[in-house]
Design a protein around this ligand. Structure first.
Ligand SMILES: N[C@@H](Cc1c[nH]cn1)C(=O)NCC(=O)O
Length: 425
């Protein structure tokens, strides 16, 4: 196997294991409620705290990534997460469990953007959009590992064995990262120069001021938060307690979600590569279809048929690969020495929205008496303000970006008309 595939493959394995750690608490939510005797809102606070840390660490992680490169960041992230999962495997103390999830958030924050950073370093520019999509997609296998084997281990040998196994996988990923990953092919490495706090602050502000970075931020926000909320915490309790599905059915829907993202990813990668100036239409279509699908399901007065829930899961899952367009924008509008910072900023979008929604849902569920059909029906409504903010953000920053580029796009109708008028053959 050539060096490039090996480096990328090990990076992807590290990301898969990070996603496994990240999603493990969501699938073990009901078991965690019993083990630590906690209510829905405390349970959601766990996940919220983990995402707060993940989102809060994006800019520091991005700055460190620009400075030290992918290898150190991926290896350190893997070790931190493995140690935290081992603590979680062994403890029955709530404060220690909370601290462990904080460290899972820290390690997780260091992983994805560092793996994504390997792509433009190791692959030819024309391959970058598709390889970035594939990086994102393969990472979601970690969610399958949570939904199926981890769930089986939880229901069989139990909590400690399940979390201990996740920790061992994390250790393996640390060893692989140290031995195999290199930041770039020999002689091609570009790292940011050492900088003081003031210079770093100036650089961060410069990155945020670029309209393309903010376009990426709102893109990431509106496309992926619904699926993240579903996968990280509220999906399984909703499907089981409100919609009456079995654990196996709920697990299968989470697997279907990953399969949908795997199918959608390359299509989005190819479409956004062929029509780079129209990528935002794809982004807006994804946000609107997510909102429309939820509207149909929430409008029903009782549990939805399983085919409709499957359709909901498939539609919202397209948001995962759709959010990768946000990273394309960051890459397009930022120099390579501040790419890590820009991608970290974009990544905050979806996770910030997810944590607000997860926490708000936990509070609503608590106030309405727990995991009932009616309380979930109200709780999911908190998604709509996020779609409004994200769609507005995309429209505004897209306008500014186009203006800055001096770009005037012909209306789509005109493009189609001209295509039709072109002589055939
Ligand atoms: N949107 C995800 C990645 C993705 C790609 N396909 C499905 N999901 C994302 O932004 N990930 C960041 C992370 O840390 O996982």
């Amino acid at each position: 196997m050539s060096r490039v595939w090996l480096v990328w493959g090990v990076g992807v394995v590290a990301y898969i294991v990070a996603v496994l750690h990240r999603t493990s608490f969501g699938v073990s939510g009901l078991a965690a409620s019993e083990r630590f005797s906690i209510s829905p809102s405390v349970l959601s606070s766990f996940v919220v705290l983990q995402i707060v840390v993940y989102a809060g660490m994006q800019i520091p992680a991005g700055v460190l990534l620009d400075r030290y490169g992918s290898r150190v960041m991926i290896a350190a992230g893997a070790l931190i997460m493995a140690s935290a999962q081992m603590v979680l495997a062994l403890t029955e103390s709530l404060p220690l469990a909370v601290a462990a999830r904080v460290f899972v958030g820290i390690g997780d924050a260091m992983t994805f953007i560092s793996v994504l950073r390997l792509v433009p370093q190791w692959f030819a520019p024309r391959r970058v959009p598709l390889m970035s999509q594939l990086t994102g997609i393969f990472g979601q296998i970690g969610q399958i590992l949570s939904a199926l084997p981890l769930m089986l281990l939880l229901n069989g040998p139990g909590w400690s064995f399940a979390y201990g196994s996740a920790a061992s996988l994390g250790l393996l990923s640390f060893v692989l990262a140290v031995s195999v990953i290199r930041n770039a092919p020999p002689g091609l490495e570009v790292v940011a120069a050492p900088a003081g706090l003031r210079e770093v602050g100036t650089q961060i502000r410069a990155v945020w001021r670029r309209h393309g970075t903010r376009l990426g931020f709102f893109t990431h926000m509106g496309t992926q938060f619904s699926m993240t909320t579903f996968a990280l915490l509220w999906g399984v309790p909703y499907l089981r307690s409100a919609q009456g599905l079995s654990a196996a059915e709920a697990g299968s829907l989470l697997t279907l979600s990953v399969i949908s993202a795997i199918v959608a990813g390359p299509i989005i990668g190819i479409l956004s590569g062929r029509f780079p100036m129209r990528r935002s239409y794809l982004v807006l279509a994804i946000m609107i279809s997510n909102a429309a699908m939820w509207t149909v399901v929430l409008a029903l007065p009782g549990p939805a048929p399983i085919w409709l829930l499957a359709l909901l899961v498939m539609v919202i899952s397209v948001g995962g690969p759709g959010s990768m367009i946000g990273f394309d924008y960051a890459r397009m509008f930022n120099p390579s020495t501040s790419m890590g910072t820009a991608q970290g900023m974009v990544n905050i979008g979806g996770f910030l929205a997810s944590l607000l929604v997860i926490q708000a849902m936990g509070l609503i569920l608590d106030a309405m008496g727990g995991y009932s059909f009616d309380s979930f029906r109200v709780a999911w409504l908190v998604q709509y303000p996020v779609w409004i903010v994200a769609i507005t953000g995309v429209l505004v920053t897209r306008g500014k970006t186009r203006k800055q580029m001096g770009l005037v796009l012909r209306p789509i109708r005109q493009v189609w008309r001209e295509r039709g008028d072109r002589p055939k053959g």
